[in-house]
Design a protein around this ligand. Structure first.
Ligand SMILES: [Zn+2]
Ligand SMILES: [Zn+2]
Ligand SMILES: [Zn+2]
Length: 464
């Protein structure tokens, strides 16, 4: 739909909303949703009954709300879907990660003395790709080779360009016909299993070094971690993790003296180099043994050095709100019947998606569910995970905020104050939809102070 037509449509919708006698209530809902781009619409009711007297203390029903629904934030972690809710998620993740490094949110400050590393596990190479090489502030040529060979497809495998940070070709292969798209997709699919095996091997190595069985070690030492997946431009995931040694009760207890930082570093290198995941032989191709790339980075986190706790928490929180769309694929499922040539993605991503669809159709690889995860280039793991003892949980950070919000409602007289255990709360909610009509989106953007030209561009793509 042309932008001008869409705009007329949106403006008409916005005027209708402004004319609605219930407008101020609608505006209040939108303001409370804090700039959410796709608020969830709920229909339902909540009643507070006094258990002793059977008296109805307070009743709320969405019937009286604009359009009969309550709009609440979508709470997504994906910045591509809702920048505002993703920002809340990012901030919560930051505090949670930081608490595990320096204390706070119920974690004692003594946690700073526990051996702790910031570890990056990468994928191996699946072929040469255009890369921006930066060393000591200088940009180096991409892949300068004096006697560069020609590949079997007649392409010279050399690139002397000093690439800019935002160049389209970054992450694209020097020869698409040589590139191992199969390996790349299978690595992404195997990455969650490789991580699980890495964590197991790490524990085994530590136990062996302490002369203990795994069960015996559990009484002295637990390994706590927080990890996040990041897509590299070439379309493979790698993991960043905070790995920390604690006593048996987590961050509140001291690890044994033999569990040193040096031992942790050694265990990380060992575990990363030994674990593998095997994908069965299919379609005339031999079985593949997948493993981490050689570059395993493990660095201590210091309060004032190069890698501070703020830097690490910021890094993990940033990637917790991103997914594959950042490297040029799309933010929705791809169906096998779709015309891949028409997808608005980079060629490299298109090839990886096509490979997911091809391999996903093979019975022997059905478990990898590659068709369902084609838009994620084969990766189906969680983006951001933490072990039970890492620090606090996102849930408790959110509960703190919710309690604060309820406190505010009570103090400003919007909610009656009840004794918790004498009141029976009856609530019933139904999901009835999500997002905005074009007119509502226009008004919501102006309430949030978003630039209008940007918004009308979005209508163009939304109104397909
Ligand atoms: Zn949202
Ligand atoms: Zn290049
Ligand atoms: Zn080639």
């Amino acid at each position: 739909m042309p932008a001008s037509l869409t705009n007329t449509h949106a403006i008409r919708g916005a005027i209708a909303r402004l004319d609605d006698p219930n407008y101020s209530r609608w505006e209040a809902q939108i303001r409370r949703a804090g700039g959410c781009r796709q608020p969830i619409h709920l229909r339902g009711r909540v009643e507070h009954w006094d258990q002793a007297t059977g008296e109805l203390l307070h009743r709320y029903n969405t019937r009286t709300e604009p359009d009969g629904v309550l709009r609440v934030p979508c709470k997504t972690r994906r910045a591509s879907r809702c920048p505002s809710c993703a920002e809340t998620y990012r901030a919560d993740t930051y505090h949670l990660i930081r608490a595990g490094l320096v204390g706070g949110k119920g974690v004692p400050e003594s946690v700073t003395a526990h051996p702790c590393l910031f570890v990056t596990l990468t994928a191996p190479s699946f072929g040469l790709v255009h890369t921006r090489r930066e060393k000591n502030g200088k940009i180096h040529p991409c892949h300068a080779r004096r006697d560069a060979q020609k590949c079997p497809h007649g392409r010279v495998l050399s690139c002397t360009v000093r690439h800019g940070a935002d160049e389209e070709c970054l992450g694209e292969s020097l020869c698409p016909d040589c590139y191992d798209y199969t390996g790349s997709v299978l690595f992404n699919a195997a990455a969650p299993l490789l991580w699980k095996r890495f964590a197991e091997a790490l524990r085994r190595h530590l136990a062996k070094s302490g002369g203990l069985t795994l069960a015996e070690m559990r009484a002295q030492l637990v390994v706590s971690f927080a990890k996040v997946a990041e897509y590299q431009r070439r379309g493979v995931v790698h993991f960043h993790a905070v790995i920390r040694l604690d006593g048996p009760d987590g961050p509140t207890s001291t690890p044994p003296a033999w569990a040193t930082l040096a031992l942790l570093a050694q265990a990380v290198q060992h575990a990363a180099s030994v674990v593998t995941a095997t994908v069965p032989a299919v379609d005339g191709e031999p079985a593949r043994v997948l493993r981490w790339g050689h570059q395993v980075d493990a660095r201590p986190i210091t309060l004032d050095g190069e890698l501070t706790e703020q830097a690490v928490a910021g890094y993990i929180a940033k990637y917790a709100t991103k997914a594959a769309e950042c490297i040029g694929t799309i933010d929705r499922r791809v169906f096998p019947t779709e015309d891949l040539a028409a997808l608005p993605v980079r060629d490299h991503a298109r090839q990886l998606i096509a490979e997911c669809l091809r391999l996903g159709a093979l019975d022997d690889l059905a478990d990898l569910r590659l068709i369902q995860w084609a838009h994620m280039l084969g990766f189906r793991g969680h983006f951001s995970t933490r072990s039970r003892h890492y620090s606090t949980t996102l849930g408790s950070i959110r509960a703190d905020r919710a309690e604060h919000a309820i406190g505010e409602e009570i103090s400003t007289g919007r909610l009656p104050l009840f004794e918790e255990d004498t009141v029976l709360v009856v609530a019933e909610w139904h999901y009835v939809g999500r997002g905005f009509t074009p007119g509502d989106a226009l008004l919501a953007a102006s309430l949030a102070g978003t630039a209008l030209p940007l918004l009308s561009a979005e209508f163009g793509s939304d109104a397909r």
